[in-house]
Ligand binder design. Sequence first.
Ligand code: 13P
Length: 251
Amino acid sequence: MTRPTIVAGNWKMNGSVAMAENLTEEIAAGAKDSKAKLIICPPFPYLDAVVRTLGDSEIHVGGQNLADQPDAGAYTGEVSGAMLRDIGCWYAIVGHSERRSLYGESSEAVAIKFGLARDAGLVPILCVGETLEQRESGQMEAVLKAQLTAVIDMHGVDALQDAILAYEPVWAIGTGKTASPEQAQQAHAFLREQVAAQNATIANVLPILYGGSVKPGNAPELFAQTDVDGGLIGGASLKAEDFLGIASAAS
Ligand code: 13P
């Protein structure tokens, strides 16, 4: 089964309008022959600048989060899936470990957002991953399973069709420590098996991205793993050269 390589940049809370425009221009200019499907996820205030700069480029845009409410209303500070779609997004990251750990999002809350993203016509990029403590105490598989199962239990395995999964071990995010290609493959294969146990066809086509200190230097080996279908890139997505270097690891 050959799945397309997807490389998504999560800018997190970084940038300015000028930076968003410049970086997007550089990425778009350098990505013309990219074999990877590219996605840019800037902070909400810069979505419009990025969408406009991309014009009819094949690069798509995603939100880093979305509200846990379906309809417009009195939810100060929140941004709905419909608003993201309205402004030109096709994707939304849900359940990033920073949302889970810093903003208290439970797996149930993440599952609700996953469903709302789909309802709004967005492709959810569902992030799962264990902490170092969980890995070292042998709980990695249980944690990944629980985070994934929360979504399947709420929406059914069919909801993973037209979705993206991202394995982001918390201990590798922004730390410079990358999961080895073998560690990444092991976790990705485990995740795919969990889905396959319920629907092998969906498991086969489900893109599973790796995130955690991906750099141009380590991307080729990571992306070469059977079940690693690309990357969700933090720090290195803020430099066009690095982001494009990672994208060029797509075969
Ligand atoms: P880094 O690439 O900076 O480790 O971040 C990974 C990440 O959290 C992407 O969502």
